[in-house]
Design a protein around this ligand. Structure first.
Ligand SMILES: [Zn+2]
Length: 143
């Protein structure tokens, strides 16, 4: 995908979750990691954004730990460990994708982290995952 296309989709991202990659190759309403690589995504505060992603508490951790290989390198990541700041939810592999593979972050997510002055939330901020706007399942099933 072209850098300008990635920037367009990062401007339009209106969910409070990110980093759940389409690993199927089918046309799903969320991207593959390779679809959102933008080498031009180098804001001055990128290290602080990454640090924030890494530092927020784990909100969900499944008992069974499955791993998947990074789409770009040999690292393995947990499929079932998710971090949250009470408002946004992301898998704990997201920081790696942003740091090592130039995966871009949505504008709204970047702004949200800046608004919080890069301060990760405390360990006890609950998130109600049922109120996040997940993709419509029938879209996925019709493909
Ligand atoms: Zn990797």
């Amino acid at each position: 995908m072209k850098s300008s296309d990635v920037r367009e989709s990062m401007r339009e991202w209106n969910h409070k979750w990110y980093g759940f990659w389409n690993l199927t190759g089918r046309d799903l309403p969320y991207p593959r990691a390779m679809d959102v690589v933008d080498r031009a995504f180098v804001p001055a505060d990128k290290p602080r954004l990454i640090e924030y992603l890494k530092s927020c508490p784990i909100a969900i951790q499944c008992m069974t730990q499955h791993e998947f290989q990074c789409e770009f390198c040999d690292e393995y990541h947990s499929k079932s460990t998710f971090q949250s700041d009470g408002e946004w939810l992301w898998p704990d592999s997201l920081a790696h994708y942003v740091q090592c593979h130039n995966v871009a972050l949505p504008n709204s997510f970047v702004q949200h982290i800046r608004d919080r002055a890069y301060v990760p939330c405390s360990m006890n901020t609950p998130i109600d995952i049922n109120h996040l706007d997940w993709p419509e399942l029938e879209i996925a099933e019709n493909n």
